[in-house]
Design a binder for this molecule. Structure first.
Ligand code: ZN
Length: 131
């Protein structure tokens, strides 16, 4: 399975959504599918158990230097997604990406440009580009 470029994918989405292209509908689907991604992560924790949440206060203060902070900050999770949860998550992420592309189409935003800009920002800002 060879991955299409973002441009190809965006075109594909626009062909599929010719008939129902209400901005409100796409906005609400984008929102719903984003929540479904988080729900799938939560289910991996509470129903499957392949990953565990282990959260506590971060041992980080304003004095911590940035490279040191990288080793101190915790992900607050243990384990790894099992194959089944991984499949579910990829499917949910795909649906979310579909509606993100649809939103971009309606608003005349090029997804490849969005990625290029963000990537540019990442390489300029480097470590600890946190928002
Ligand atoms: Zn699992």
């Amino acid at each position: 399975m060879s991955a299409p470029t973002l441009d190809q994918f965006q075109r594909q989405v626009s062909e599929l959504l010719l008939r129902h292209r209400s901005l409100l509908d796409v906005m609400s689907k984008y929102d719903q599918t984003g929540s479904a991604v988080n729900r799938a992560v939560a289910k991996a924790v509470t129903e499957c158990g392949c990953i565990e949440l282990n959260a506590k206060k971060q041992a980080y203060s304003d004095d911590t230097d940035l490279t040191e902070a990288q080793s101190v900050l915790q992900h607050h999770m243990n384990g790894q997604l099992c194959e089944q949860c991984n499949d579910v998550l990829r499917a949910e992420l795909g649906r979310n990406l579909f509606y993100m592309s649809a939103l971009c189409n309606l608003l005349d935003i090029n997804l490849e440009e969005v990625v290029a800009r963000e990537s540019d920002k990442c390489s300029t800002l480097g470590l600890f580009n946190m928002r």
